[in-house]
Design a protein around this ligand. Sequence first.
Ligand code: SF4
Length: 218
Amino acid sequence: MNSTQNNINIAWPNSQKASGLNTLEEIKKAADSCIKCKLCETRTKAVVQDGNPLAKLLIIGEGPGEQEDLTGIPFVGKAGKLLDKILEAAEISRQNETYICNIVKCRPPENRVPAPAEIEACKPYLLSQIEIIKPKIILLLGSTSLIGLLGMKNPKITKLHGQWIVGTEGILKDIWLMPFYHPSYLLRNQSKEIGSPKWQAWQAIKEVKQKLIELNAD
Ligand code: SF4
């Protein structure tokens, strides 16, 4: 069902669209041999997850890049290193306090944006991951995450970055969602001046840390 929040049109995903797989191991196994979209033809390794399955903070990126495709681990290339720095600066432990995955599990050739059909084919795995992890907060990195998970049309990450959106129904009900700049975008925008994307990212990650503290106190 669609709903509007903060003037944003969202199609909340529900359980019926999930994969039906009940464990992260099953999802990993299914993705490793998945042929549901063309990305299977060029992948080296499917990239399913990293971090702590018990984490309250779920981070969702777009898709694997070269290093991720080779290692099978999300966010290990340059963008991943910057993500690590952002988390460290806010004293959020990547390994203990986050679970990280992507909209599509296989690398799009030349790191192109995943096609709508590829996003839809892979979505059941992502929805099952969310059902199993049961995060309290989801950080949505870049506009592909907003399109892939929330069904947004042409989202403007520069406008949405740092805004809290609270899930109202389906799998995302009561989850605190925050659109956030993709680290690749931050790599291309190095300024740290007040108001710059990096400065905004720092403000936003501090809010995420604060929300984690509040939720841990509940
Ligand atoms: S991207 Fe997703 S749907 Fe496509 S082959 Fe890989 S695991 Fe399957």
